[in-house]
Design a protein. Structure first.
Length: 144
């Protein structure tokens, strides 16, 4: 059984984020944000990848596993039903299915954590993703 970690960086510092990953033995972060940008310093794609590399952690971005804007807007409003519907449609796309297979291969290769913004996995599409492809996967949520 493959173990996949999840982590959100909401209200986290880079030091706490990397400490949580390191303590769990995570060796790769799989960014599942559609737009790997952040207003939080250090969590945009390029700077995040550099900080992770300094800590000996690989970085991969799988854009096709991100939530489309309509789903992100629904999540911000607490409209869970719309988020689920939009993300279900996203996961049905061939490029998302291919990216999900890559994600599972990456996680089988070395301990990996799915990254998104929300601290609580129940409020994030990363839980929906793992529910959709998670047969035979042990899910461990990390917190900072």
């Amino acid at each position: 059984m493959t173990r996949i970690y999840t982590i959100g960086y909401e209200a986290s510092t880079m030091a706490d984020f990397i400490a949580a990953l390191s303590a769990a033995g995570v060796r790769r972060v799989v960014d599942v944000r559609a737009l790997p940008l952040s207003r939080r310093p250090g969590f945009s794609k390029t700077s995040l990848a550099a900080s992770l590399a300094e800590a000996g952690i690989d970085y991969a971005h799988l854009k096709a596993l991100g939530t489309p804007k309509r789903g992100r807007d629904a999540a911000k409003k607490g409209d869970v039903a719309t988020l689920h519907a939009v993300y279900d449609d996203q996961l049905a796309l061939p490029e998302a299915q291919a990216a999900a297979a890559i994600m599972l291969d990456l996680a089988a290769e070395r301990p990996s954590a799915l990254l998104c913004y929300e601290r609580e996995p129940a409020h994030c599409h990363r839980t929906l993703l793992l529910d959709a492809v998670g047969e035979g996967v042990e899910i461990v949520h990390l917190y900072t």
